[in-house]
Design a protein around this ligand. Sequence first.
Ligand SMILES: C[S@@+](CC[C@H](N)C(=O)[O-])C[C@H]1O[C@@H](n2cnc3c(N)ncnc32)[C@H](O)[C@@H]1O
Length: 282
Amino acid sequence: MSYDKQKVHNRIKKILYGLTGITLTDNKDIMISNRIDKLFRNTKYNGDINDLLDMVESGNAYVTEFINTFTTNKTHFFRETFHFDDLKDRVLKDFIDNNKSIHMYCSASSTGEEPYSMAMTVAQANNDYHGNIKASIIASDIDTNVLEYAANGIYKFSKSSKEFPNWIKPQEFFKRRVQKNLVGEEVLIKVKDEIKRMITFQVMNLNDPHYPFKKEEFDVVFCRNVLIYFSTEDQNKILKKLFTHLKIGGTLYLGHSENPQDLINYCKRIGQNIFVKEKEIF
Ligand SMILES: C[S@@+](CC[C@H](N)C(=O)[O-])C[C@H]1O[C@@H](n2cnc3c(N)ncnc32)[C@H](O)[C@@H]1O
């Protein structure tokens, strides 16, 4: 089907920004073309792209499919492991020493590997530091497909995978199942219920003007590898909103190529993209 590529790409960027706040930069033409193919597959729509975009833009149909198509969901267990080392040996050790329960937020949870890594870290900290503290984790994403996948908690496992740090024994947190398929066998791992129970998954758009949480609700906020999709101005807005829901003394973890923008004046950097909130923004 022929269409004016540049016009359609610009239109998609505008709609995507309006719906999610995601800013697609100028060098994303190949990616956008591939995602247009994916959008047709996901919607099973076989008409004109501009008609499809009309329906998305007016909110009449295919909005969810559009959002799910244009998000990038790359993640893995214990990504940037040093954050989980810090969570276990500094944050959770302190909560265990004081026998306090902990409330955490994972703000772009994608297919679930990140919040499950947080939950496994709690279980391991309880083992290592002889504690029995309770944890609750809210995990949100804008993409409904990845949330469904996450809530299911079933992943492919490869022996060569270096995803797990040496202080995690996957067999303690997953049930293992071998499944035959067309190319042979694959190993599936299913998150055990005691890990799953710590997490509540919910749809949420970080670009919304307000978040459905209380002021200073969380002890820990993970916001990793999602700010990179937003303009600097919008990153600042998101960070400020997240910050109001973090307790003073609470910890914010950011992704490797993200920075705290204006928050730097209100928190202390204590490690690689690890920030402790010192005061409120007035
Ligand atoms: C690259 S993944 C990062 C996953 C995980 N935090 C990590 O570091 O491995 C980015 C996630 O951000 C989500 N996302 C993008 N825009 C969003 C928005 N406006 N609100 C909430 N989530 C969003 C995407 O759906 C995607 O799952």
